[in-house]
Write a new protein. Structure first.
Length: 425
């Protein structure tokens, strides 16, 4: 199975691990299992699913100047479920910091542990090169027997063949996208500086905040009142950008790429492969900038990019770039920002109103942990479960120390829950 352009983008990002010796490109989904019978059914799917078997028996092939691909060879391998015996109310660090070797390891992993109250947690970890956000949701549906794998629905799991585009169109797209993106990220752009006393390990710290149902409804209403017409996503981005700018004393503009799901609205598959493009935002923020002004700026930039068909053109550019040697690809991608790919990273698991409680009654809660991408060294992710918003912040400890991380978290929570009429501290 050939990798698409977005898959190869994640393949290229592996060079960050070599250069900075920190971070990962792994997504983790932490699922709370309803009861022992639910776990028995999920465990059976893991052991018997032809799709899980396929993942266990593929390897990545990266020929020079040719399209990388997944090669399946049935070696009767399976995905082993790793069980942690010690009770823990936090995700064991052995799971959080486990990395994958693209050439040697299986790129899907399952770990279980129990809390002090005996609640069973299943952690599904996978390399981003395999799936994107919606793909991971479909995997969870498969695990909970809401999406079966068979010959009739094979097309839901694997991507369709990509239509070829002639070289002239590729070249035109490349220059159009290059010109637009570089115009949005021209210097100066704000980045989080390294701390003076860097931790040699450069580990990531993860904090999670769970909003109540009433707080979530308040955020949705405030988002709408602030001008976010299509859900709370732009409101969340605006609050995040303002909190980062004010807490970290940014004097430059913020530049962020926001994932844009490239699947057709209402479609299910594919599961394997990444089907995302990006929208790019440059935000001017100072002490007087309001959330509604930031949302208005983002909506204007979004409308311009959609009018220019930038998501489609960027995706076609990625399809072209997959034939370029990864070292040169990495240089082209990072040279404009001198290695810094964005001011921070943001994701909302697809759509802002999408709720993981709709997965299955087999699960009582779901949490998504974003990749520990370095640089920029800070990622903010939002997700909903049972009508309640969850927020994850993953930050490298050589970008934010514990005190800075706590101040940023509290500031962002306060801004999300406070109406614009109240001046920030």
């Amino acid at each position: 199975m050939l990798l698409n352009g977005a898959d190869c983008f994640h393949l290229m990002l592996e060079r960050n691990l070599i250069k900075y010796k920190t971070g990962n490109n792994i997504i983790r989904m932490v699922m709370t299992i309803a009861d022992e019978n639910s776990w028995s059914r999920i465990e059976n799917v893991i052991h018997t699913s032809p799709f899980i078997h396929w993942i266990a028996n593929i390897k990545l092939v990266t020929p020079w100047m040719l399209n990388p691909y997944w090669k399946y060879q049935n070696q009767e391998k399976s995905i082993i479920i790793n069980n942690f015996e010690e009770l823990s109310d936090e995700i064991p660090s052995e799971i959080i910091y486990q990395n994958f070797d693209l050439k040697k390891d299986q790129l899907l992993r399952f770990d279980t542990f129990r809390t002090s109250k005996g609640v069973l947690k299943l952690v599904m970890s996978f390399h981003h090169i395999l799936f994107d956000g919606r793909g991971s949701r479909l995997i969870v549906r498969h695990l909970t027997q809401n999406l079966d794998f068979n010959q009739e629905n094979l097309h839901l799991f694997f991507p369709k063949k990509i239509k070829k585009i002639n070289f002239i169109r590729h070249t035109i797209n490349m220059f159009q996208v290059k010109k637009y993106v570089e115009s949005t990220m021209k210097k100066p752009i704000g980045h989080i500086a390294n701390l003076e006393k860097e931790d040699e390990l450069k580990k990531f710290n993860l904090v999670t905040h769970n909003f109540t149902e009433d707080e979530t409804k308040h955020i949705d209403k405030t988002a709408k009142d602030s001008g976010a017409r299509f859900g709370s996503n732009l409101y969340q981005i605006a609050c995040t950008a303002i909190s980062i700018s004010r807490n970290l004393n940014f004097t430059e503009d913020i530049w962020i790429p926001i994932p844009y799901d490239g699947r057709r609205r209402g479609s299910i598959g594919p599961v394997v492969s990444n089907n995302i493009s990006f929208l790019f935002y440059r935000l001017k923020i100072n002490e007087l900038t309001s959330v509604s002004e930031t949302i208005q700026s983002m909506q204007s930039q979004m409308n311009e990019q959609l009018k220019l068909e930038m998501p489609r053109k960027y995706n076609e550019l990625l399809q072209f770039m997959k034939f370029i040697p990864k070292g040169f690809y990495f240089w082209m991608t990072t040279r404009a920002g001198k290695g810094e790919i964005s001011s921070f990273l943001y994701s909302s698991s697809g759509e802002s109103f999408w709720d993981t409680s709709k997965f299955s009654p087999e699960l009582t809660d779901t949490l998504l942990i974003p990749p520990f991408t370095y640089p920029p060294g800070i990622s903010i992710t939002f997700l909903r479960n049972d009508g309640k918003l969850k927020m994850n912040i993953a930050a490298s400890n050589n970008k934010l120390n514990n005190k800075q991380l706590s101040l940023f978290e509290n500031s962002l929570i306060e801004l999300l829950l406070t109406s614009e009429t109240i001046e920030p501290n």
